[in-house]
Ligand binder design. Structure first.
Ligand code: ADP
Ligand code: ZN
Ligand code: ZN
Length: 732
């Protein structure tokens, strides 16, 4: 008889003791089924023990041990324990956050072999130019397989009839189906496209020669060849049989990146992990990573929890991006977890960015990270676009777009070049307003305003989803003069369409790219220069290569300059640098026009000079004086509930407890408690929301404090409140 300590998916901070008969083998990481309350639940064995603190007669037997292939390694268990501890999140829920959905259910999971399709010898010999033109889908499949072997899901993504056409290709002998990707442990092919520049070579050498753990910050301007440097770093690690984990911020970027790395490492087993995969695909890919078959694992933040038995290098691309931080449940930062994981495995980790986060930049300045710089564009002739400000107080404006910007767009259309109109999504959605009485389209259930969706003739609340038809007249005074204020993508589109009736305009935002295939088609359209004007939000700023694009217009950056969120300016700078990087190619210089009321603002001057260092230095001085991160560590306690009083009472009690602790502990007042304040969105879906920020100059002190303070939070909490603790919060 032995005792096992089990993690269950319940909101309690403990493990649960169960018994197993002595005849049965159980080890750490194994999945088991146990009775919990009246239910059978899946659990993961975190520890085995001989004795338990729980009285013998109260310990239940494990119902079933799942002898499947899904057992977790002790390395991963340690990582999850660390996360649970650091983010003060229940250990069981932490473990279950990391697992693919299929592994969270009590079904035993054997490793199913998913069929992989690849070109046969006769398939590879086909010249697509000679292949019948009318067999469109078959041609598409052959072209795709020529790039790399695919699973059925990847093929199905090509067309609705792809499955049937694939069958036909198999039947004709052009395509082979095999059980899994054969492991190619003995080296791999590598398309060495370029001779590295001196700076690239130095960066690659530094990572190659790292002994054990080291964190590198690769700061390279747009187009300096960071990706090229990654390729060489990866190549080196894979030569030794290692696995590489590459984290990217945006799910929309993964197909492109996948394609790119396949082309650079033909034949290498690369899988992706992100929330856009079906449950089956995600499990399959997880298993390929776990078995060591996948040499490159490319994914969004959740991929940081993949099993990687031969992990030798982690790369975090666009490390400054706030989407690495999960905003609910286990509020982890995948970048920070990646660094911890590298430390745990004794391997190098590379954080790459054109505009590093001030946290990482500061760490590089004080020598905690090693700074690697790429200061030149990799291709001699290409230069960064010119950045100019348009003073919106001194020019004619047409519904938010200046006459000079319209003029420039017109010139681009005449030259068959593309323009991108970039809208900073946050806070710029158009709302409806009465010109008579000042009524504004507020949401009944929230403190926010409802956003005008012109095409559907609806007002919709982006916070709670409540929607109504656009009213004919002002609900308050009956006046018919309701006008949109603020500019959303749809509104900008209608202004531009009016001015340029013949222009081909494409709007790219979350709504229009929710469908994967639609987004791919859009990219193809843009690349084929079938679009004159692109209108987009953040999504378009990231990593797309549009050769005909020569003008970027930035419509409304100003609120970020004076935001209550101290990171708003940092984010704006990063965004503008990124979006500027979309404009211009070697033969066609690009231009960025920023519409602002503050053309002399240091941010725009730094942007004009592409002076990240100067900008960062200035920001860091401000942060230090104001006592903001990275000079302090923060945690945010949030609460929401139907009764405003209760929300505030809870937070005030929590604050009192914190103040008392701070005095009584050996910490001697090293914690700082700020006031209890309403959240930036003080009411959402009929719930009042408020928050309490606390901070400390030292991370250890903060952690020590949180571990004493947090248990008392649960005591004060009533059932009617929803509360969460956010360590290293990114949103305020
Ligand atoms: P980043 O990721 O820093 O924006 P990329 O790695 O995408 O930059 O490189 C920008 C462009 O420069 C790409 O077209 C790439 O092929 C090219 N490039 C990168 N490194 C070199 C090099 N050493 N020599 C010539 N061209 C290069
Ligand atoms: Zn009115
Ligand atoms: Zn609402």
């Amino acid at each position: 008889m032995s005792i096992v300590r089990i993690a269950l998916d319940v909101p309690l901070p403990t493990l649960f003791d169960y018994m197993v008969d002595s005849g049965i083998e159980v080890s750490k990481g194994q999945r088991v089924v146990v009775q919990f309350g009246s239910r059978q639940m899946l659990g993961v064995v975190m520890e085995t023990a001989v004795i338990s603190d729980v009285p013998h007669e109260r310990i239940k037997q494990v119902t079933q041990v799942l002898h499947d292939s899904a057992a977790l390694s002790s390395g991963l268990l340690d990582l999850l324990r660390f996360c649970s501890d650091y983010y003060l999140y229940p250990v069981g829920q932490t473990v279950f956050t990391a697992l693919p959905a299929r592994l969270r259910s009590i079904r035993p999971e054997t490793r199913k072999t998913m069929l992989i399709y690849r070109l046969s010898a006769s398939g590879a010999a086909i010249d697509l130019n000679d292949f019948p033109k009318r067999k469109v889908v078959q041609r598409r499949i052959l072209a795709k397989l020529a790039e790399h072997p695919c699973n059925i899901a990847q093929i199905m993504a090509l067309s609705a009839s792809a499955a049937a056409q694939l069958k036909s290709l198999v039947h004709q002998g052009y395509v082979d189906q095999c059980d899994a990707i054969p492991t190619s442990t003995a080296g791999h092919t590598f398309e060495n496209a370029h001779t590295l520049t001196g700076e690239q070579q130095q960066a690659v050498d530094a990572v190659e020669h790292a002994q054990g753990y080291e964190c590198f910050l690769l700061h390279g301007i747009t187009g300096s060849g960071k990706t090229e440097a990654y390729v060489h770093m990866m190549h080196h690690k894979m030569l030794n049989g290692g696995q590489v984990l590459l984290l990217v911020p945006e799910i929309n970027l993964t197909p492109q990146m996948e394609h790119y790395f396949h082309s650079r490492f033909p034949g290498v087993d690369l899988i992706s992990l992100h929330s856009g995969l079906s449950e089956g695909e995600r499990l399959h890919n997880w298993q390929l990573a776990q078995s060591g078959t996948a040499q490159i694992v490319l994914g969004t933040r959740l991929a940081v929890f993949a099993e990687l038995p031969r992990l030798e290098l982690i790369i975090v691309d666009e490390e400054h991006d706030s989407s690495f931080k999960q905003q609910d449940g286990l509020r982890y930062s995948a970048r920070d977890v990646a660094i911890f994981r590298a430390h745990q495995c004794g391997i190098p980790v590379v954080l790459g960015s054109a505009t590093p986060s001030l946290e990482s930049y500061h760490n590089a300045q004080i020598g905690r990270y090693q700074l690697l710089k790429l200061t030149e564009r990799a291709q001699d002739s290409s230069r960064l676009p010119d950045v100019r400000c348009i003073n919106i107080d001194q020019t004619v404006m047409h519904h938010g777009i200046s006459e000079s910007l319209l003029g420039e767009i017109g010139q681009r259309i005449a030259r068959h070049e593309q323009s991108l109109i970039f809208i900073n999504r946050r806070g710029y959605a158009p709302v409806l307003m009465c010109t008579d009485c000042g009524w504004i389209s507020g949401c009944q259930h929230c403190a926010g305003n409802m956003v005008l969706h012109l095409n559907e003739h609806r007002l919709r609340c982006h916070h709670c989803g409540y929607q109504i038809r656009v009213p004919q007249a002002c609900p308050s005074c009956g006046n018919a003069g309701l006008h949109p204020v603020g500019s959303g993508t749809q509104r900008v589109e209608s202004v531009l369409q009016e001015r340029f009736p013949d222009a081909r305009i494409l709007r790219v935002d979350r709504d229009s790219t929710r469908n994967k295939r639609a987004w791919r088609n859009m990219r193809e359209q843009i690349r084929a220069n079938e679009v004159d004007i692109l209108i987009g939000t953040q999504m378009l700023a990231k990593g797309h290569d549009f050769p005909a694009l020569t003008l970027v217009g930035v419509l409304n950056p100003d609120t970020a300059l004076y935001s209550s969120d101290f990171r708003a300016a940092e984010r704006l700078f990063a965004q503008l640098v990124q979006v500027a990087g979309r404009a211009g190619r070697a033969d066609k210089p690009g231009e960025v026009l920023v519409q602002t009321a503050f053309p002399e603002h240091p941010l725009f001057r730094a942007l004009h000079d592409y002076d990240f260092e100067g900008w960062a230095a200035m920001q860091l001085v401000e942060r230090q004086m104001a006592g903001f991160p990275p000079f302090v560590y923060q945690a945010m306690l949030r609460a929401e509930g139907k009764q405003e009083k209760e929300v505030f009472r809870y937070l005030n009690d929590a604050r009192m407890a914190a103040v008392n602790l701070n005095q009584s502990m050996e910490l001697q007042g090293s914690m700082e408690m700020l006031g209890v304040v309403p959240a930036a969105m003080p009411r959402r879906a009929n719930h009042f929301r408020a928050q309490l920020l606390i901070q400390a100059k030292n991370r250890k002190v903060m952690q020590q404090f949180l571990h004493v303070w947090q248990p008392s939070l649960n005591e004060h909490q009533t059932r009617k409140l929803r509360c969460s603790l956010d360590v290293d919060p990114m949103e305020y």
